[in-house]
Design a protein around this ligand. Sequence first.
Ligand SMILES: C[S@@+](CC[C@H](N)C(=O)[O-])C[C@H]1O[C@@H](n2cnc3c(N)ncnc32)[C@H](O)[C@@H]1O
Length: 281
Amino acid sequence: MHCASAFFAAAPERITARDEARFFGRLKTANNTFKRTEPSRLAGIDAALVATLAAHCSRVDTALDLGISSGVTTLELMEALRAADHAVEVTGTDRSLRARLVALPHGCRALVEPNGHVLQYEVLGRAVRPWERRLDRWTGMAAVRALVEWRLREPAMARAAAGDGEEVALLSPRLRRAGAFRWHEDDITRRNDAFVARFDLVRAANLLNRHYFAPDTLRDAVANTIAYLRGPRAWLLVLRTHGASDHRGTLFRMGEGRRLAIIDRYGTGSEVEDLVMELAG
Ligand SMILES: C[S@@+](CC[C@H](N)C(=O)[O-])C[C@H]1O[C@@H](n2cnc3c(N)ncnc32)[C@H](O)[C@@H]1O
């Protein structure tokens, strides 16, 4: 199920974690990042979080996951919380979650981001990546892609810009059918008043990183993240994964006066721990 048309047409219950990993793993966004998320990558952190919540006899009814990409780790967090009897409603946000699937001549199709960047072409029922792998030079794929781009890129961009085709959410179908889940396109660097003081748990995994944002923008993003915590006894988890599994994060809990205390550290702790403490002080 590599083609976007087959992936989005399939009944969600037929789509497995492996199907999602394969499909999203081939989508490279305009920012040069992949939609890829390895299943179970954050399972150890989810388990540690759930254990800490239990140790504090804390219930989480509302959670906000920021920068969810395809939402695979969001689904896993939701499942870990529900398995521990938290009847949680989850909101997931990302700067960019939508794309258009447009029909092109000769039965071809393209999956296009709102900025016009093509994520995937579909030719004769086969997915063609618009980005190059080193191997492509030896398999002849580089020549095929050049031909496809030459014939289809402009019509794909024009049809998407005209609003043709079907809008799709680049999200795990398993997450969308999990219930009690909402998604929003939202930029963490801009305050969203609808989120202020609403959530028992806010997670920012692989988002609030110094290499993503300029210092002032990072301050705004961290301040917004803190603002979305409901109030005393709410939890904030910030983490970044280095390599495949070196998770460095910090779990904070809000006290009176919206001050934060550090409850747990994973690995060496979050690289923005000091900034979080400063902005919550
Ligand atoms: C590396 S992925 C993290 C996915 C997931 N949280 C995880 O750890 O598996 C980072 C995500 O942050 C999103 N992102 C980047 N800048 C953002 C911003 N300013 N506001 C919201 N999301 C943003 C990207 O679109 C991308 O999907």
